[in-house]
Design a protein around this ligand. Structure first.
Ligand code: NAP
Ligand code: G4F
Length: 348
């Protein structure tokens, strides 16, 4: 049987790494777009290239960038993919406030470039497309939990750029009958999460503090509340979405809430440190109940001009129509991340 071909933008990111492993295990020929960089940026998929010859033979990397229409067109033409997973993005919400134009170019127009490449190359009826949409689309809306019908009210340059992509995908599905799906993903984390995102910032700091390599962890909005899942569970649903009779949009979420403060408390607890919170606002501190030492402080530097206070999702549609449920609990996820960082720090 001829192997299916998948093209992944953002293959060097957290989700790209989990998804490429999943697809290779399913027998796919995987192609990934890698940004040109002055240094090595494929660390998250390097293991796939050395695990076994069979896996390495199924992984093909191409230099490209979502801001470069001609390059994207040329890669799509040469690969002729059965499935495209558009994971590439400037994905940091806080950074989008300082780079709004770049974020709009990559996260908004980048999707249009990909869809146009598929359409212009005559692949509209053969190539299925997954778009990495986001719970950040809901922004400041107060309805909770959020489902596919909940109105979008994005309040960051990132969320607004992703909103353009969301509707572009819906429009290409309706106008050109293309198989295009939006996965509206709530926060999903893992040991491969970038260290600028709050959960990994916490897990890596907890490991360093436990090992005596760092004194204090500085965070921003401790009250922010998120629906944290495990990235390894979420990539399975991305694939499932492209295997249906008809394209549709789905929320992916655990339905459970945790504040940043609670996540930090659980991460410290995992290494045997009981954190007691005192004070409020910028004066709030997390204190080691045993030693009385301050291990966590709040800094203005990590607050955003506008933030999303609470995000929790209702993934009933994915559960009922695709049989998908996330299997990893928040406690397991926290333990997995902290243990990974402890081991990494010990080996440094
Ligand atoms: P990530 O770890 O930040 O990875 C982003 C990927 O996009 C990286 O491979 C990055 O390349 C690539 N990229 C950045 N700019 C690019 C450009 N101009 N052209 C081509 N590629 C570019 O993000 P993730 O957590 O895996 O998320 C994957 C996707 O899901 C993103 O679109 C994100 O916005 C979306 N999403 C994520 C979550 C979440 O909680 N993780 C939730 C909802 C939606 P480099 O490695 O070179 O930087
Ligand atoms: O980890 P975060 O940066 O994730 P955020 O903003 O929710 O975005 C992530 O999830 C989205 C899905 O909703 C994705 F679309 C997006 O690509 C990305 O993967 O921040 C989570 C919360 C925020 O409210 C932030 O203000 O944590 C709060 N926070 C508190 N202190 C912090 C910090 N965030 C970061 N990054 N760093 C801090 O020190």
């Amino acid at each position: 049987m001829v192997a299916k071909k998948a093209l992944i933008t953002g293959i060097t990111g957290q989700d790209g790494a989990y998804l490429s492993r999943l697809l290779i295990d399913k027998g796919y020929e995987v192609h990934g777009i890698v940004r040109r960089s002055s240094d090595h940026n494929t660390a998250r998929v390097d293991q796939l290239r050395t695990d076994s010859n069979q896996q390495a033979a199924r992984l093909n990397l191409h230099f490209g960038d979502l801001t470069d229409s001609a390059g994207i067109m040329s890669i799509v033409e040469s690969v002729q993919p059965d499935e495209i997973y558009n994971l590439g993005a400037q994905s940091q919400v806080d950074i989008s406030f300082s780079t709004p134009l770049y974020t709009a170019d990559v996260d908004g127009l980048g999707t249009l470039r990909l869809l146009e490449a598929v359409r212009v190359l005559g692949l509209a009826n053969t190539t299925r497309i997954y778009q990495a949409s986001t719970s950040d689309l809901y922004g400041k809306g107060s309805a909770s939990p959020k489902c596919e019908q909940t109105p979008f009210e994005p309040n960051s340059p990132y969320g607004i750029a992703k909103l353009y992509s969301y509707w572009t995908c819906v429009n290409y599905r309706e106008a050109y009958d293309m198989y295009v799906c939006n996965g509206i993903l709530f926060n999903h984390e893992s040991p491969l999460r970038g260290e600028n995102f709050v959960t990994r910032k916490i897990s890596s700091a907890v490991a360093r503090i436990k090992l005596g390599k760092q004194d204090v962890l500085q965070l921003g909005n401790l009250d922010a509340t998120r629906d944290f899942g495990f990235a390894g569970d979420y990539v399975e649903l991305m694939w499932l979405m492209l295997q249906q009779d008809a394209a549709d949009d789905y929320v992916m979420a655990t339905g459970k809430l945790s504040s940043v403060r609670e996540f930090a408390r659980a991460a410290f607890a995992h290494v045997g440190i009981e954190l007691r919170f005192e004070g409020s606002g910028l004066d709030e501190r997390g204190i080691d109940a045993a030693s009385g030492k301050t291990l966590l402080t709040v800094s203005k530097e990590f607050f955003r001009p506008t933030d999303v206070d609470l995000l929790v999702g209702d993934a009933s549609k994915a559960r009922q129509q695709l049989g998908w449920t996330p299997s990893t609990t928040l406690q397991e996820l926290t333990a997995m991340m902290v243990d990974f960082d402890l081991q990494r720090e010990q080996n440094l």
